[in-house]
Every structure is written in structure tokens, then in C-alpha cells.
Design a protein around this ligand. Structure first.
Ligand code: NAD
Length: 416
């Protein structure tokens, strides 16, 4: 019988990788589920609910993971926790694969197989396992709600006997998963919404949500999307034209939500200090790209910076501020990935190491790093996850196209 263990997360993380709903489904599949007591409480999942779902409650993290074949986490756990696991076990979570590669190497050296959910290939079969999308969607929503709450005016237009309250103007920069949800949320709150992106495909999506698309639509813009559906780094000439357009537009905006990212690169700087100074006091900027350097010049991770009466909010882990939904969706993402690893007859761990989704997310196995990009950062050649197979098989190239399916070119966690 397969055992699945879930330890508590650290103090900065309110989400959890197992919900009572997914615990029940795993138990139904024949798994033994061991949950650290109290680990779901910040998502309002009580021990009692997990017990009712069929899980066993463990008194300590070590007890939750020591007999597990699979350990589920939200964040990268400590070395001590991984050392408490069986060397044959799998650790599955958002392991932030491209920062502190040396730390990852020491986690991998325990023999535990490490899986980074951020590296999930973005192919249709893996949509239910796409943690970046499930979490970015909530981040986009929360960014608008936070901005609306900090904004000392109303968002919708109100016509009253005492006069008319004008609708607030919200500008969304970067219309990926988070940006689309930000537009939808701001529209529902009654704001006048505009949005920009460098990918032409976005134009129609913006219009369908009732917002106005604003961009420099030159020849370069028409070619700006990669085969994988991501933004390219734009030329200096384009950036200048974009900055001029944004500068004019931002002056008249009340709330700006920035979400612009380019895989494998620092976040593009889209809002300069001068643009911030052109906004009227009381305006709000929420920078969702702050963990990757920020889209706004004065944004600081984890802080609210006030400049000339404009507040630039750089809150970290916005999905963690909606933990009940974020945990529920993340737990479902993990369930979809783990289910095929349970043999239907024997109920034992049965990983198909040749599966594209397993290969795409696996970063360490048998004591060594098997992901080429991470190995490159430590200066070690990637070890093969399957000694009998060709190395090219396991060198997890996220940019590669296979069977006509597009894959994510580089993870959001890439801090370089
Ligand atoms: P992301 O987080 O990498 O980037 C956010 C947005 O910022 C993108 O839309 C990007 O074009 C934009 N951007 C980059 N540079 C910019 C600039 N200078 N100015 C303005 N905007 C800029 O993107 P994401 O949310 O991960 O989504 C990227 C794409 O992947 C989307 O087309 C999305 O629909 C697609 N996607 C596919 C799948 C799947 O097939 N399973 C899943 C999720 C997302």
C-alpha cells in the first residue's frame, strides 16, 4: 500500500498541498494518507476533516514523512525534513527549481526523487496539473481586490442625488493568466479597464472581457509571441515606443496592476519613477512581478512604498492570501499528477519514468541532479534519471517541442 505524507509548511506559507477533498480521493484509490496535525489550519482545513476523509493525523513532521512513498509540499522543505524521508520516496512541490541550486543538490543527495511542479510542461494533458495557472489566476484576482481596498475612492460609477461618483480607471500590464483575471475582476467591480501586452493574441481576449487594448502595434509586435505562447524580450526601439505610450496613458489611471514576465529573464521595467510621479496622489500600483525584479521602478518585495502619494504594493505570495482556494486548487493539481503513480491493482507506487510530465518535472533522482539547467548552475553535468537511457532523454529541455505540443520555455522561478 502506498503512503502519502504531508508535513506542515513554514511560517510564511499559508497554503497546503492536501485538502480534505484530495485526501478522500487518495484514500479511495487505496493510499494511506498521513497528515501532520494542524498543517491545514491556515486554509481552514481541520484535523477532523482530514480524519473524516480517511487520513491519519501525525504528531510531527518527521512522523508525517518518515514512512511516506510520496511527500506533498507547497514550498521547498528543509534538508532535515528531506533527510527524514525514505531515500526511495518522491518529494513533489513547488521547489523553486532555479534558485539556490546548491541547496537543491543537497536535497537531491539524500536519494529522494525531487519533482518541481513549476516545470510542468504546458501541454493540454497537463492542464489540470498546471500550478502556475491555478495560482496566478488567484493572484490576479487578489491584486485587484487589494488595490480596491487600498484605493480611497470607489471603483464603480455611482449616480446619486448628491452627484456622480466617477468610475475608477484600472490599467493591467501583461495579460497572461494573472492579467486576464485582474481584468475580469476589475470589470466586475465596475472600473473602466484598459490593458496592454506585447503578444498580439491577447488583443481579442482583452476585448472579450470588456476592456480596451492599448499597445504599440508595429511589425515587431506582430511577431512578438514565441511558438510556446510566451512573450519575447522586445528591441530597445520597441521599448522606447512602448514607454512613451504607457507614459501618456498611466497619467490618467487610478490603479495599475503589473504582471508582465518574460520566461528566463528579469521582469521588464515598464513603469518608471517619472511615470509614478505623473500619477495623481491616491493612485495605486500593484506589482505582481516583484519577485522577479518588478515591473515598477520603486517596487520592493513584501513592501508598500509610498512616493508622492502613490502607493506601490509589492506584496509577496498573493495566492497565499486566498489560501482556501489556493490550497484547494493546488491540492487538485497535485492529485492529478500523483494519481497515475498509484498502481490500480497492487496500490503500490508505480512511476512511469518515461512519461513526459514525469521527465519534465523531475529535477533529482538517485542522489543526483537530472535537470540540465540546474546541473549547469552547479557546474555538474546532469545525471541520467534512467541509467540505461540516453542522457538527452532526461536533460529536461523545457523549450523543446514534442509531438506538436508546446512546452514552457523556462520557469517563472528562474531568478536570473
Ligand atoms: P507570464 O506569467 O509568463 O507573463 C505574463 C504576461 O506578461 C504575458 O502575457 C506576457 O506576454 C506579458 N508581457 C511580457 N513582457 C511584456 C511587456 N514588455 N509589456 C507587456 N506585457 C508583457 O504568462 P502566463 O500567465 O504564464 O501565460 C503565458 C501564455 O501561456 C498565455 O498565452 C497563456 O494563455 C498560456 N498558457 C497556456 C497553458 C497551457 O497550454 N496549458 C497554461 C497556462 C497559460
Amino acid at each position: 500500500m502506498i503512503t502519502i505524507g504531508v508535513p506542515a509548511e513554514g511560517p510564511d506559507e499559508s497554503r497546503i498541498g492536501l485538502s480534505p477533498e484530495t485526501a478522500k480521493k487518495l484514500v479511495k484509490q487505496g493510499a494511506k494518507v498521513v497528515m501532520r496535525s494542524g498543517a491545514g489550519l491556515r486554509s481552514h482545513f481541520s484535523d477532523e476533516e482530514y480524519r473524516t476523509a480517511g487520513a491519519t493525523i501525525a504528531a510531527s513532521d518527521a512522523e508525517a514523512v518518515s514512512t511516506a512513498d510520496i511527500v506533498l509540499t507547497v514550498r521547498r522543505p528543509s534538508l532535515a525534513l528531506v533527510q527524514a524521508m525514505k531515500p526511495s520516496a518522491l518529494l513533489i512541490g513547488m521547489l523553486d527549481p532555479f534558485s539556490d541550486a546548491e541547496v537543491l543538490q543537497s536535497l537531491g543527495a539524500t536519494g529522494v526523487s525531487l519533482f518541481a511542479m513549476e516545470l510542468m510542461p504546458r501541454i493540454s494533458r497537463a492542464q489540470s496539473m498546471d500550478v502556475l495557472s491555478s495560482q496566478a489566476n488567484l493572484a490576479g484576482y487578489k491584486a485587484v481586490v487589494d488595490a480596491a481596498s487600498a484605493f480611497e475612492r470607489a471603483l464603480p460609477m455611482m449616480m446619486t442625488a448628491a452627484g456622480t461618483v466617477p468610475a475608477a480607471r484600472v490599467f493591467v500590464m501583461g495579460v497572461g493568466v494573472a492579467g486576464l483575471q485582474a481584468i475580469a475582476t476589475a470589470r466586475r467591480l465596475g472600473a473602466i479597464v484598459t490593458a496592454t501586452d506585447v503578444r498580439p493574441a491577447v488583443k481579442e481576449q482583452v476585448a472579450s472581457l470588456g476592456a480596451k487594448f492599448i499597445a504599440v502595434e508595429d511589425e515587431e509586435f506582430k511577431q512578438a509571441e514565441t511558438a510556446a505562447g510566451y512573450a519575447k524580450e522586445m528591441s530597445d526601439d520597441y521599448k522606447k515606443k512602448q514607454a512613451a505610450l504607457v507614459a501618456e496613458h498611466v497619467k490618467t489611471q487610478d490603479i495599475v496592476i503589473t504582471t508582465a514576465l518574460i520566461p528566463g529573464r528579469p521582469a521588464p521595467k515598464l513603469i518608471s519613477k517619472a511615470m509614478i510621479e505623473s500619477m495623481r496622489p491616491g493612485s495605486i500600483i500593484v506589482d505582481l512581478a516583484v519577485e522577479r525584479g518588478g515591473n515598477a521602478e520603486l517596487a520592493k518585495p513584501g513592501q508598500v512604498v509610498e512616493h508622492n502619494g502613490v502607493r506601490i504594493m509589492g506584496k509577496l505570495n498573493l495566492p497565499g492570501a486566498v489560501p482556501v482556494n489556493a490550497s484547494s486548487l493546488y491540492a487538485r493539481n497535485l492529485l492529478a499528477f500523483v494519481e497515475p503513480m498509484i498502481d490500480k491493482t497492487s496500490k503500490e507506487l508505480a512511476v512511469n519514468w518515461d512519461d513526459d510530465l514525469v521527465k519534465g518535472t523531475l529535477i533529482a533522482r538517485n542522489g543526483a541532479i537530472v535537470n540540465a539547467m540546474i546541473a549547469g548552475r552547479i557546474g555538474a553535468p546532469p545525471a541520467s534519471s534512467e541509467p540505461a537511457k540516453a542522457k538527452a532523454d532526461v536533460a529536461a529541455k523545457p523549450a523543446a517541442k514534442k509531438n506538436g505540443a508546446t512546452k514552457r520555455p523556462a520557469p517563472k522561478g528562474d531568478k536570473t
